[in-house]
Design a protein around this ligand. Structure first.
Ligand SMILES: [Zn+2]
Length: 332
């Protein structure tokens, strides 16, 4: 698929597919359950694509992180039929707090390890650690430097366009008339010397438009920070017996995104990272999977119950899918 970074819907309409005798994907109505059949198994369904969702690689010179990332890619190469790697963000550690020189070193390290490890397609989603300099105090930046913020990562990774639109986009994966629509969101919003999670109004309007124009195929959404997750509840309550969800952990505008999903029942699956934890929440007809971290505890071993891993995501022609976390056996 061309790396055009934008939706290319509209080549074949439903009528054209029906005329061609191709099966129109089922499962666009709410309530279609997740597949329990063996991979590629269920009668009448075909796998459209197998994606390796890799997230939170946090590459750095220390802690044998480059070897760890290489081991992760090697494990993925050993899997059958991976068509695409989708990186869920926090590719490097930790451009937000670093000088330009240090950030460039981190990106060069990533490009080297990737180049040595994977020849296939990669699509990126940016994480908070991939944004250069937003912590102006620590990075000693002013914000006026060329490339400051997300642009350095977009340019390095060849993501098309300038901020903001290079950081969110959609595309289709179609095989013999059966397809999935895939959306990548940018959930990292700026605040002084840091970030919070959500979509700005411009991106939200874009998402609304993209969903309304792309209703033929089931839809998967990838974000770095979860749109919705149970992992935020796995913490001790404070002295007032409250569990507080801080604004950097889950999209603060979940409410309006939920409404959009209710109006667009083709949205089936939302993947995220950022939490370095694994969950699967089925809520209002959408399955939300927080898919661990390649680095587990930032290359220091398991993060709570989460070990170093990636996720195999199989998307099927009938709108069902499988999402399976795979540990690749790294010993920190
Ligand atoms: Zn993150």
């Amino acid at each position: 698929m061309a790396a055009d970074g934008f939706s290319r819907r509209g080549v074949l309409g439903l009528g054209a597919l029906a005329a061609a005798g191709l099966v129109v994907p089922r499962g666009l109505a709410r309530g279609v359950g997740q597949s329990v059949a063996a991979p590629g198994g269920g009668a009448g369904r075909r796998r459209v694509i197998r994606i390796a969702h890799v997230t939170d690689t946090h590459i750095m010179q220390d802690l044998r992180a480059p070897e760890g990332v290489a081991a992760c890619f090697e494990h993925i190469r050993g899997q059958k039929d991976v068509d695409l790697i989708m990186h869920g963000g926090d590719i490097v550690f930790d451009s937000m707090d670093q000088s330009l020189e240090r950030s460039k070193e981190l990106w060069a390290l990533w490009q080297k390890v990737l180049g040595d490890s994977w020849k296939g397609r990669v699509r990126y989603c940016l994480g908070n650690h991939d944004v250069w300099g937003w912590n102006k105090e620590r990075s000693k930046t002013t914000g006026d430097e060329p490339g400051w913020g997300k642009q350095l990562a977009l340019d390095t990774l060849g993501m098309q366009g300038a901020v903001p639109k290079g950081a969110y986009y959609s595309f289709d994966e179609v095989v013999s008339g059966a397809g999935w629509h895939i959306i990548v969101l940018d959930t990292v919003r700026p605040e002084p010397n840091g970030y919070y999670a959500g979509l700005d109004d411009e991106q939200f309007e874009w998402l609304k438009g993209d969903l309304s124009l792309n209703r033929m195929y089931p839809t998967m959404i990838l974000s770095h920070i979860p749109i919705f997750t149970a992992t935020v509840l796995d913490r001790e309550p404070n002295e007032r017996r409250e569990r507080i969800v801080t604004p950097g952990r889950m999209c603060i505008d979940y409410g309006r995104i939920k409404k959009l999903f209710l109006e667009n029942p083709q949205v089936k699956l939302c993947l995220s990272g950022h939490m370095h934890l694994i969950d699967r929440v089925e809520y209002n007809g959408v399955t939300y999977c927080c898919n661990g971290a390649a680095s587990a505890a930032w290359w220091k071993g398991p993060h709570r119950e989460c070990r170093e891993g990636y996720t195999l995501v199989d998307l099927y022609s009938d709108g069902t899918f499988e999402n399976r976390y795979v540990e690749y056996g790294w010993k920190a």
